[in-house]
Design a protein around this ligand. Structure first.
Ligand code: GDP
Length: 449
């Protein structure tokens, strides 16, 4: 069962409360039973499910709730809070680094969990926040590990350190950290080896690397699709090195996620980020409330706005854009730039799933690829236009067959595609001009219940 499905089942169970003529003990029990079954099927640890059920029952005394109170809201809130505290693992999830001092972070996890990919995403995330990250490859176990890190780091323009000849990971780690300390890098990320399974040699190596670099934080990277095995795995790592936070990867596609979530709760290490795809931007800061809210289809305006802000980082540009649009200057170039921003935001289903009301409907995969492909096709057509055409806000040029033919030929598209693109432009220009007049964004961006 994928996470979206878990969300749907829990939401449906809660919705069944409103169908009951009276919410009594039996109705509450049936609802909690269904929620427990959904969580168990998503691989959440059985003890955690039992305690969630008990805690909700303790908090909600059905017979004592006054008649005027909305019992359903109270039960929903109790389930929401219990899910959050289960995921938070009893700790505040956020640690903040200080710019200008050296922060050393060590990544640990099994081979294939997504460690190297996540190190780069992590470095990229903090780079955008103004840090000066650097990456050290202390993985001498897997052939090609250094090359992979090098490739990822180069793409993200992050300095890196590694060795093709040194075989002792602790030595490489220490040398890399020393180098970047001298270069005044303020976030040094050390990627360590994994193994196919938990074994003593891996834990011994982790301890040696930790002793050599004295990390401020050890981050355990866990594959979100591994189910019940997650509990033991997280515990074994937690017992070997002082794991301070967890990053769960692969929470896209068909990940069950529940096993990983319960392991986190059981080891009391907070989740700080989640990986939702193979690409650099498919990485999200994790907040239990937002996550559960999104899971239950409550929407996440905060996350949505963050994504939009991330995609359009320059405030000046935004201001300029708003001014242009408000003057009625919605040109093809503006549309092109907006498409680019949408692409930067990541898969549309992810972005859409943050908008209240869209969650459960859009989280299912399907039209995603088509929408992305359409945007790309339109952008290719716009690539074949002249600068003057892109900056023109007159639609007169759209009725000139020779131009349409030139754009179609130049981009290798059909005339119909060009016409579709122009229709989309007209539609968006209209949407933008109306939206500018009365754009409404909810006042409370927290997405809280
Ligand atoms: P490592 O052995 O732990 O360093 O793992 P890698 O970083 O090499 O990742 C293993 C595979 O998982 C690669 O194919 C990655 O592209 C993929 N991967 C990593 N994170 C994610 C994620 O969040 N979602 C998906 N779908 N794939 C991921």
């Amino acid at each position: 069962m994928v996470l979206a499905e878990l969300g749907q089942r829990v939401t449906q169970a809660l919705a069944s409360l409103s169908a009951a003529p009276v919410i009594d003990e039996a109705v509450l029990d049936a609802c909690l039973k269904e929620i427990a079954a959904a969580l168990l099927q998503a691989d959440v640890n059985v003890r955690l499910v039992a305690s969630l059920r008990n805690n909700v029952k303790k908090r909600v005394n059905v017979s004592e709730l006054g008649r005027g109170l909305s019992k359903q809201r109270i039960i929903e809130k109790a389930v929401f809070d219990e899910l959050c505290s289960m995921i938070e693992g009893g700790q505040a999830a956020q640690q903040e680094f200080k710019k200008g001092r050296t922060n050393i972070v060590m990544f640990v996890g099994l081979q294939g969990a997504g460690k190297t990919t996540t190190c780069t995403k992590y470095a990229h995330y903090y780079k955008r926040k103004g840090f000066k990250p650097a990456m050290v490859c202390a993985d001498t176990f897997r052939a090609g590990a250094f090359d992979q890190l090098k490739q990822n780091a180069t793409k993200a323009q992050i300095p890196f350190y590694g060795s093709y000849t040194e075989t002792d990971p602790a030595v490489i780690a220490q040398q890399g950290v020393e180098r970047f300390k001298q270069e005044k890098r303020d976030l040094i990320i050390v990627d360590t080896s994994g193994r196919h399974k938990q074994e003593e040699s891996l834990f011994e190596e982790m301890r040696q690397v930790a002793a050599a670099v004295q990390p401020d934080h050890v981050i355990f990277v866990m594959d979100g699709s591994i189910g019940q095995a997650a509990f033991d795995q997280a515990k074994a790592f937690h017992d070997s090195v002082d794991v301070g936070q967890v990053i769960i990867t692969k929470l896209d596609g068909h990940a069950k996620g529940g096993g990983a979530l319960s392991a986190v709760a059981a080891t009391q290490s907070p989740i700080t980020f989640i990986g939702t795809g193979e690409h650099m931007h498919e990485f999200e800061h994790f907040e239990a409330k937002k996550f559960v809210g999104r899971l239950l289809g409550k929407g996440d305006w905060g996350g949505f706005i963050d994504k939009v802000k991330d995609a359009i980082p320059e405030e000046d540009q935004q201001q300029e854009l708003i001014e242009k649009i408000s003057k009625g200057e919605f040109t093809l170039r503006i549309m092109y730039e907006q498409f680019q921003n949408i692409m930067k935001m990541g898969p549309m289903s992810q972005v859409m799933s943050m908008i209240p009301g869209f969650s459960n409907a859009i989280m299912q995969p399907g039209s995603e690829k088509e929408s992305q492909a359409k945007l790309k096709r339109f952008m290719t057509i716009m690539d074949s236009m002249t600068a003057k055409e892109l900056d023109s806000s007159s639609t007169k040029i759209f009725s000139e067959p020779s131009r349409i033919l030139r754009w179609a030929r130049g981009s290798g598209s059909s005339v119909i595609d060009v016409q579709l693109m122009l229709e989309e432009y007209k539609r968006l220009a209209k949407v933008f001009s109306t939206a500018m007049k009365g754009m409404k964004i909810p006042k409370n961006l927290k997405g809280d219940m």
